[in-house]
Design a protein around this ligand. Sequence first.
Ligand code: IMO
Ligand code: MG
Length: 423
Amino acid sequence: MNVVVVGSQWGDEGKGKLIDILSQESDITVRYQGGNNAGHTVVVGNQEYIFHLLPSAILHRDKVCVIGNGVVVDPGALLKELRGLKAKGIDVTAKGLKISGRSHVVMPYHRILDGFRESLRKNKIGTTGRGIGPCYADKVTRCGIRMVDLLNPGILRARLEDNLREKNEIFRKVYGEKGFSFPGLYKEYLDYGRRLAPYICDTAVYLNKAIDEGKSVLFEGAQGTFLDIDFGTYPFVTSSNSIAGGVCAGSGVAPTRIDKTIACVKAYTTRVGEGPFPTEFSSSLKDEIRMKGKEFGATTGRPRRCGWFDSVLVRYSVIINHIDALAIMKLDVLDDLAKIKIGVGYTYKGKVHKDFPMDFEVLNKARPVYEEMDGWKTPINGIRQYRQLPRNAKIYIEHLEDLLKVGVKYISIGTKRDEIIVR
Ligand code: IMO
Ligand code: MG
């Protein structure tokens, strides 16, 4: 069984925890897009791990993790993550981690350009500053450097010289900054190549052969559907296809080989960075939920914006990703609330929108239409059986199922591995 896990909102839905659990049942876990803009948290015992580039299954030593061709890799950040794991006693070998030679490399000029571009924008995106957008832009304009290029000194030299010729002009003339000198960068990236060489291979061939042999693959989405470059709240999005459709191009595994898609969804809504967010809290609830749900970015530490569950938004995700089952995360964060609201539509200029709008003005100015229900007002993190959940918690979940037209299979009721209900 080959399964995709995607985020159905604006990222941070709890994909790391779900992947950690689901990967026990599969042989290989694959990241297929994004880069170290992601921050996937896994809690084991009292130890918290945050993964940015490594798939969240890396803690299972008998499993294989793959960084697919659709990912953009910052080699320095990846080596740092590997060192961090080693310090905690986890030595990742070439048997346990495979990196696509076709994945593009994030260079220092990408990170700096990311910041420069943000500083000139009137309407800032609020990027993570990891160089993700500029790296994908170079991939598409065909001047990118790939992981396999780091293994070939002649190719790396040619590509880097071409890039610096252009980038240094931009740095000087547009931003009035000093550019990069070739020798230092060349040496640094050749060295990364040397250190990462054991992991680099053709992961598409590896994955297809593994599937031929009956192995099961889990695809770990980063970001979320509304950060997707095509279907998200453009331009307040990331630069890759984070929807389930991104799996094929980002891993080399064809659509007919994928069996199932599970969406991770938070029991409420959050967003980091700028952009429209119709059901965002305006009251003191935003601080209460942020504290209770520890809603601070796992990558940048920024406070996340918080709001009510938006069924218009998530219904759109269910359609675009063709979701087979939902995993509702962080339900326990709502434990103390007397009343809970669910967004079920938007109104703008007297018109009610039941489908997610494309028009930026509508999305930005629409007022949500809410349904309100009673909360359960009891702690639920000790519960392991669906039928033992408080009546109102079950009403909430079953109402979401009706609105979203898909079943809920997993309910997370705490941060720890075992704090999950499987239906
Ligand atoms: P995970 O995988 C939440 C957001 C940024 C910004 C926008 C563009 O942990 O869910 P970028 O640096 O990608 O160019 O920034 O996307 N963003 C995320 N928000 N979780 C993430 O990943 C994110 N990755 C990017 O905050 O608004
Ligand atoms: Mg995140």
